[in-house]
Design a protein around this ligand. Structure first.
Ligand code: ADP
Ligand code: F6P
Length: 321
C-alpha cells in the first residue's frame, strides 16, 4: 500500500483573526484528499524545536469562530540563520513531510522562500492584519480589524461629543496605511494620516477648527502607526489650534475578536485551494484574493512586487469629509 503523503501547516509572525479558520480548512480539505496532516506549534520556532503534532478532523473543531491561532505563533531570529534553517529542513525530512503551508506575513514568506530554495515544497497564505502583502486585495484578519476599529470609534464618539473634543486614534499597520485609510472611510473620520502620503498639521488643525465652528461636537483623526503616534499628533493639533485633544492607542485589541464572515469565507476558500494546488503538483506559491477570485503567485513574484496603497480610495476619502 502507498504511504500517505504528509502536509504540515504553521502560523508565523503577528497572529490575525481567521488564522484558525484557515488551519481548519487546510486540515479538513487535506484529510478529504487523503493526506496526513501535521501542525507545527509556534511558527518557525516550533519547526526548529521539532514541535510537531498530528491533526485529525476533531482537532480543528470549534476553532472557526475564534480569533488568534490555536497552533500559536512566534518570531524566530534563529530561523533567519543558516544553522536554524538546516535544523528546520532536517526536522521536516525526518518526519517525511513533503509540503509546508506557512500562514503569515511578508517576513514569514521570506522564510518560506528560503525553505523552497532548500528543496521543501512551501506555500503561503497571507496571515497579517496589515494588508501589506502584494498581489492580494486582502490579507487574513484585515476585515475583522476594520470592524474592531469601527466599534472602538463608535465608543470614542460618545465621550468626545460630550466634551467637544478631538480624538486622535492610532492604529496598526507597520509601514502600510491601509488599516487607517479603510477603517477611516468606514468610520467616517475627519482626517486620515498615513505613511504613503505627507500631511500638513497646520491645515489639519484648521480643518478641524472649521468643523467645530460649523457646529460639530467632536472630531476623529486616524493616524497609522507608520505615520506618527497619537500622542505626537494630538500635541501638534493643540499647538496649531485651541482644540481639546485626547490620544488613544488601540494596540493589540485590533488583533483580537471573532473573525468576520468575510475572513472566515476568505480563509476557508484559500485553505481549500492550497490543498488542491498541492494535489495538482503546484509548488512555491502564495495565495490571495484578486477581484473576488482566489489567485496565486510565486514567492519570488510576491517578494519582488511593491505593495501599493489604493490612491483612488485616498482621494475618495477627501471628497467624503
Ligand atoms: P510577518 O510574517 O508577520 O511579516 P515577521 O517579519 O516578524 O512577521 O517574520 C516572521 C518570522 O519569519 C521571523 O521571526 C523569522 O523567523 C522569519 N523571517 C523573517 N524574515 C526572514 C528572512 N528574510 N529570511 C528568513 N526568515 C525570515
Ligand atoms: O504585523 C502585524 C502587527 O500587528 C503590526 O501591525 C504591528 O506593528 C506589529 O504586528 C506589532 O507586533 P507585536 O505583536 O510584536 O507587538
Amino acid at each position: 500500500m502507498r504511504r500517505m503523503e504528509k502536509i504540515a501547516v504553521l502560523t508565523s509572525g503577528g497572529d490575525s483573526q481567521g488564522m484558525n479558520s484557515a488551519i481548519r480548512s487546510v486540515v479538513r480539505t487535506g484529510l478529504a484528499y487523503g493526506y496526513e496532516m501535521i501542525g507545527i506549534k509556534r511558527g518557525y520556532k516550533g519547526l526548529i524545536e521539532n514541535d510537531f503534532i498530528t491533526l485529525g478532523s476533531k482537532d480543528v473543531s470549534d476553532i472557526l469562530y475564534r480569533g488568534g491561532t490555536f497552533l500559536q505563533s512566534a518570531r524566530s531570529e534563529e530561523f533567519k540563520t543558516e544553522v536554524g534553517q538546516n535544523k528546520a529542513v532536517n526536522n521536516l525530512k525526518n518526519h517525511e513531510i513533503n509540503h509546508l503551508i506557512v500562514i503569515g506575513g511578508d517576513g514569514s514568506y521570506r522564510g518560506a522562500q528560503s525553505l523552497l530554495k532548500q528543496g521543501i515544497n512551501t506555500y503561503g497564505l497571507p496571515g497579517t492584519i496589515d494588508n501589506d502583502i502584494p498581489l492580494t486585495d486582502y490579507t487574513i484578519g484585515f476585515d475583522t480589524t476594520l470592524n474592531v476599529i469601527q466599534d472602538a470609534i463608535s465608543n470614542l464618539r460618545d465621550t468626545m461629543s460630550s466634551h467637544e473634543r478631538v480624538s486622535v486614534i492610532e492604529v496598526m499597520g507597520r509601514k502600510c496605511g491601509d488599516i487607517a485609510l479603510q477603517a477611516g472611510i468606514a468610520s467616517g473620520v475627519d482626517a486620515v494620516l498615513i505613511p504613503e502620503f505627507g500631511y500638513d498639521m497646520k491645515a489639519v488643525a484648521s480643518q478641524l477648527t472649521q468643523g467645530f465652528e460649523r457646529g460639530k461636537t467632536h472630531s476623529i483623526v486616524m493616524v497609522a502607526e507608520g505615520a506618527g503616534t497619537a500622542e505626537e499628533i494630538a500635541a501638534l493639533i493643540e499647538q496649531h489650534s485651541n482644540l481639546d485633544t485626547r490620544p488613544t492607542v488601540l494596540g493589540h485589541i485590533q488583533r483580537g475578536g471573532t473573525p468576520t464572515a468575510f475572513d472566515r469565507l476568505f480563509t476557508s476558500r484559500m485553505g481549500h485551494k492550497v490543498i488542491d494546488l498541492i494535489h495538482k503538483g503546484v509548488t512555491g506559491v502564495a495565495l490571495g484574493m484578486e477581484k473576488n477570485e482566489i489567485t496565486y503567485h510565486t514567492f519570488d513574484e510576491i517578494v519582488q512586487s511593491e505593495n501599493e496603497i489604493d490612491e483612488k480610495l485616498y482621494k475618495m476619502f477627501h471628497d467624503l469629509i
